[in-house]
Design a protein around this ligand. Structure first.
Ligand code: ATP
Length: 435
């Protein structure tokens, strides 16, 4: 029986992923396959952090098992397949009290939703939820039509994420190891965080662990949450083996570790070659740079590109750090592909491919064709040789060395979005992960 939950936390605490571990623990049922952490449209304004929904398949386990986590000192195993152990009603009756006990229901912006189904739901709803905007009514209609049972708590907006998690098929997937303690533990000192994040970076296939330039240990959350750390990877075996072993050896006060499959770093949120641009959607568009980038107070950079018949403003905001060095070297005539969310008429660039670099020329006074001395510029295309009196109307042009090559540019790890797939994935091969 698939169970999905969403929208249980506030910025003050809790995390839906921790709540899922509590439901697993109390259910006494077996985990079939891996639990899933499914990120959805990153631009929805009412998200708490990363707009993530959770799903797990619980029942009587059958077939091969593997260890996917540790609760206390007890290994947590997942079965390859399984059969039903409870009805939809029993699953809801088991999960709902846990959600009510742990969710931050005092926060206006916390509106949990629980959905259960005997089978996965049609994928179409996931694609809408990761790219588009949906309503609670859309989710209700979809769940009813597909015979799923659900509960809305307060406004119950969480059923949007829950329905999407039930319909995620994982055509592209990565993995994340999460370690928890509830209530959240003491913060770990910055130096230790940096060295742990660097160690995590040695696990094959892991990504976005550490940003050395910005001294940012990205495996640690920045807000108060039961999550102590999260290590993302593309090789599940490396996370399950080396990853779990490493986190246990760190002894960071965790009492649970669980590995999830996820749509993180898949670019699933990106709409390619759209007909038009609409607010709160994320796009990949290709266009020609119309003018040199300019900055405004706060060190945010902007420029306009010609995309189809329209002029589109694109931006590299201050949090994208050194990526702005690349951005501000763009020049009129460059052909670029940008990936980013369209918000209030501007694309917030999350990565950029310089596909065709414009040649830039610098104008100077020409050399005299008779005596080879540098000529004098008398303005308005009038160049005169002081030595022999020769005159020319055409200046000399030299190609400017721009210091920016054609190629793909990611924002630094500190500024990466959960769903954004780093360009450097294409250069690496990891296990049997599909790309
Ligand atoms: P949590 O860790 O609790 O999941 P979060 O950052 O993921 O925090 P939520 O608090 O879950 O954010 O808030 C996101 C809300 O947006 C949820 O209610 C979810 O159902 C809803 N939602 C997700 N995708 C969409 C979408 N495409 N359109 C409209 N609402 C959505």
């Amino acid at each position: 029986m698939y169970l999905a939950i969403d929208d249980t936390d506030s910025s003050q605490g809790m995390c839906t992923t921790f709540l899922l571990t509590e439901i697993i623990e109390r259910s006494g049922l077996d985990i079939i396959g891996m639990p899933a952490l499914v990120r959805l449209n990153p631009t929805v304004p009412f998200k708490t952090r990363g707009n993530g929904a959770l799903r797990v398949n619980l029942g009587h386990g059958e077939g091969e098992t593997r260890v996917i986590g540790v609760f206390g000192n007890r290994p947590i195993t997942a079965f390859q397949h399984g059969s039903e152990a409870v009805t939809e009603r029993e699953m809801i009756d088991m999960a709902e009290p846990v959600v009510r006990e742990f969710a931050e229901l005092g926060d206006d912006n916390t509106n949990p939703g629980i959905a259960v189904s005997r089978h996965g739901l049609p994928e179409e709803f996931y694609w809408r939820a990761v790219r588009d905007f949906l309503t609670v009514e859309d989710a209700e209609e979809f769940l009813k039509k597909n015979g799923a049972m659900y509960v809305r708590i307060k406004k119950g907006r969480g059923i949007i994420g829950s329905a999407a998690a039930l319909s995620w098929k994982g055509a592209r997937k990565t993995y994340e190891l999460l370690a928890y303690r509830y209530p959240h533990p003491e913060p770990i000192p910055q130096d230790m965080r940096m060295s742990m994040a660097s160690m995590a970076d040695t696990i094959p296939g892991t990504f976005n662990n550490v940003d050395r330039n910005n001294r940012h240990a990205a495996i640690f959350p920045s807000e108060k949450t039961p999550v102590i750390l999260g290590i993302r990877g593309r090789d599940p075996e490396a996370l399950l083996g080396q990853g779990i072993g490493m986190v246990i050896s760190w002894n960071v006060g965790h009492d649970r570790i669980l590995v999830y499959e996820s749509n993180q770093a898949t670019d699933d949120h990106i709409i390619e070659n759209p007909g038009k641009l609409e607010d709160y959607h994320t796009y990949r568009i290709t266009g020609r740079v119309l003018s040199s980038p300019y900055s405004i107070r706060g060190s945010h950079y902007f420029c306009n590109i010609q995309w189809k018949e329209s002029t589109v403003k694109i931006a590299a905001f201050e949090p994208t750090k050194e990526f702005r060095r690349t951005f501000r070297q763009l020049a009129q005539g460059d052909m670029i592909t940008v990936y980013g969310s369209f918000i209030s008429g501007t694309i917030n660039v999350e990565k950029l491919d310089l596909v065709g670099r414009a040649m830039l020329y610098e104008k100077s006074s020409p050399g005299c064709p008779v005596c080879h001395k540098q000529m004098e510029n008398h303005g308005h295309g009038d160049y005169r040789c002081r030595t022999c009196g020769e005159r020319l109307k055409v200046p000399h042009y030299t190609v400017v060395n721009r210091g920016l090559s054609e190629g793909q540019y990611d924002v630094p790890v500190i500024a990466r979005r959960h769903l954004s797939r780093p360009f450097d994935f294409s250069a690496q091969t990891v296990g049997s992960i599909r790309r």
